[in-house]
Design a protein around this ligand. Structure first.
Ligand code: GAP
Length: 594
């Protein structure tokens, strides 16, 4: 049992927590603004030794759950992609934020944020630009940096993609990907082969995404370079169904669009199964992944009392999504989006098929071959050639397409086709039109996509924020991070009690033993023992092991093991220590059972 006095622990949730966390993150090596030696640049952060390790552990936990446990494939695609990819995906035309520039200080701001922060509008992003300009003028809104009036300033659509040139010169424009998803979609024709053309299948990717945010803010919550962990799950919309039974009892807090639109709307406490049955979540696939995600967030340390799923309002949805639910965490009284679960339908694959000419379909075999009537054409080229010259092949393509979609167009003596906006009449007898019976083994379908898309940086921030604790130990104030062992950067800190060669040698043996067992260990022999404990508490190390004189003098070699949260200490034999701690890390054993 601990001989330490322990005052009540508080998990503070006021604004100061973020300030203290950001300060702790810098001091202890979690994260800090990049390129500090050159004054820093907004929206770019470096994860220090602790942060890189925590982030890596979060990514590993995500990979275990969303790739390995679900049987999905993982890929690693380039972060720069050529312009046609983003013409097809819609990002070139539609991936914009609203920008307003201050006429006095020249600072750029997100116009929708200026509106939301200073008026009753909650979803200004969904308003058309002229309306945002009107709201700014009507409410006499001012520049958040210098206070100058913004009324009358033009609001512009600002594309968030970072542009670059591929190779020397500017012959091939490219962009840094704004979402990892496109790296998966463009490789679909090959990926479907690896999945043996069998739906459903999923492809995951963990990697960097880039957005030239107008006003990056709140440290790593809104940055210009960040990490996403995305799953693109390809399904046959008519036949495939998720294994909803596996998650139907998962309890969730939902905030559907219908409730957000009411004056007295509220969050709903329900289960995944009931939410699907009552039509609150329209897509069982989206519901399935919400059900997988909730316990996963819990396991890695997101506080479930500060967690909910919120449905996007119709004007808020991205250009590709027909429905979307965000996983949100509460930070300092505000909700932040940690992940989006979108139903993207066939939008992406259809667009890439249209723009690339490649096959973004899967062949779906019928249970029994079907006999179907097919309308075909076999045009008389000795007529089309002289009549249409270089456009003859385009006419053939148009006739084939028309026969497929509207065979009644060939009912009369002539058939009308559209070519470059002009209508042409052709004699039907020259088109070789016929309807034949064909036996078909299956059809080519465009799969639909369900997309759980996680932002790793925001998740790391939430995990740290929700783990932040202040208490008093032996009359002294203490700050510690109550991190889950699965994600904590270091699992055990090992110390020799004093600078003594014998103690140090023994402590190094303990370090080697624990590292052999696959545990992440830090060795610290600087400063007094109390300060070493505080240092490990502050970075969230769950256990500390101290080697003292009893260790080397007693017959049985024992050490003191101290638990971070309670500061309880126990004397344990070195023999078997690695196995005991490994069991605790796996969640198979509790410290107070020892
Ligand atoms: N492929 C879908 C997609 O990219 P998104 O909602 O735009 O969807 C997914 O992004 C997640 O990426 C968000 O939920 C958020 O966690 C993270 N994210 C987006 N923009 C970010 C930014 N500027 N800084 C940090 N994280 C960001």
């Amino acid at each position: 049992m601990s001989e330490h006095e322990h005052a009540e622990t508080t998990a503070t949730t006021d604004e100061s927590t973020s300030e203290q966390l950001v300060e702790l993150a810098k001091r202890r090596g979690y994260f800090f603004q990049s390129s500090g030696a050159y004054g820093g640049v907004g929206g770019f952060y470096t994860f220090g030794p602790q942060g890189a390790s925590l982030k890596g552990n979060v990514e590993d936990a995500w990979r275990d759950r969303f790739a390995v446990a679900e049987g999905n494939m993982e890929i690693d695609a380039p972060t720069i992609m050529p312009e046609p990819v983003f013409e097809a995906s819609g990002h070139l035309d539609g991936f914009d934020d609203m920008l307003v520039e201050c006429p006095e200080c020249g600072e750029s701001h997100r116009a929708d944020h200026v509106v939301e922060d200073n008026t009753e509008y909650e979803d200004a992003e969904s308003l058309p630009i002229p309306e945002v300009e009107e709201v700014i003028a009507e409410h006499q809104l001012v520049c958040p940096s210098c206070g100058a009036g913004l009324a009358g300033q033009a609001v512009e659509a600002f594309n968030l993609m970072f542009a670059t040139n591929i190779g020397p010169g500017d012959s091939q424009p490219g962009y840094l990907r704004p979402e990892t998803a496109q790296g998966i979609f463009v490789e679909f024709p090959r990926l479907k082969e690896y999945a043996r053309n069998q739906l459903p299948f999923g492809v995951t990717q963990i990697g960097r995404a880039y957005r030239n945010e107008i006003s990056p803010r709140r440290s790593i919550i809104r940055t210009r370079e960040f990490t996403q962990a995305e799953l693109e799950y390809f399904v046959d919309p008519e036949e495939d169904e998720p294994e909803l039974e596996a998650v139907e009892d998962v309890a969730v807090t939902l905030y559907p669009a219908s409730e957000q639109n009411k004056d007295d709307g509220d969050e709903i406490e329900t289960t995944i199964g009931d939410a699907v049955e009552e039509g609150i979540i329209a897509s069982p696939w989206v519901a399935y992944f919400l059900g997988v995600a909730k316990p996963w967030y819990d396991a890695i340390g997101v506080d479930m009392d500060r967690f909910r799923f919120r449905q996007h309002l119709s004007g808020e949805r991205a250009h590709y999504a027909s429905d979307c639910w965000d996983a949100e965490s509460e930070i300092d009284g505000n909700w932040i989006e940690m992940a989006g679960f979108a139903y993207r339908g066939d939008y992406d694959l259809s667009k890439h098929a249209e723009h690339s000419g490649d096959r973004f379909t899967v062949f779906k075999q019928y249970d029994e071959p079907k006999t179907v009537e097919r309308a075909t054409v076999d045009p008389d080229m000795s007529y089309l050639g002289p009549e249409f010259g270089g456009d003859a092949q385009a006419v053939v393509a148009e006739l084939e397409s028309l026969a497929g979609r509207d065979r009644s167009a060939f009912d009369g003596d002539t058939v009308a086709i559209e070519l470059d906006g002009e209508t042409h009449e052709l004699p039907v007898e020259k088109t070789g039109f016929s309807v034949e019976e064909q036996t078909e083994a299956g059809e080519h379908i465009v799969p639909h996509v369900v997309e759980p898309s996680f932002g790793v940086d925001r998740l790391v921030y939430t995990v740290l924020h929700h783990a932040y604790r202040e208490d008093e130990v032996d009359g002294e104030e203490r700050t510690y991070l109550d991190l889950e062992p699965e994600v904590a950067p270091t699992f055990v800190g090992v110390f020799p009690l004093q600078n003594d060669a014998e103690l140090e040698a023994q402590a190094n043996e303990v370090v080697a033993d624990l590292r052999d067992a696959g545990l992440s260990i830090t060795y610290d022999d600087s400063g007094n023992i109390g300060r070493r404990y505080r240092r490990q508490d502050e970075v969230g190390t769950p256990f500390c092991v101290t080697v003292d004189y009893e260790t080397i003098e007693d017959e049985e070699t024992t050490v003191t093991v101290r638990e971070r949260d309670t500061t309880d200490q126990k004397r344990l034999p070195v023999e078997g220590l690695a196995e005991t701690l490994a069991e605790i890390r796996e969640g198979d054993l509790e410290f107070d059972e020892l």
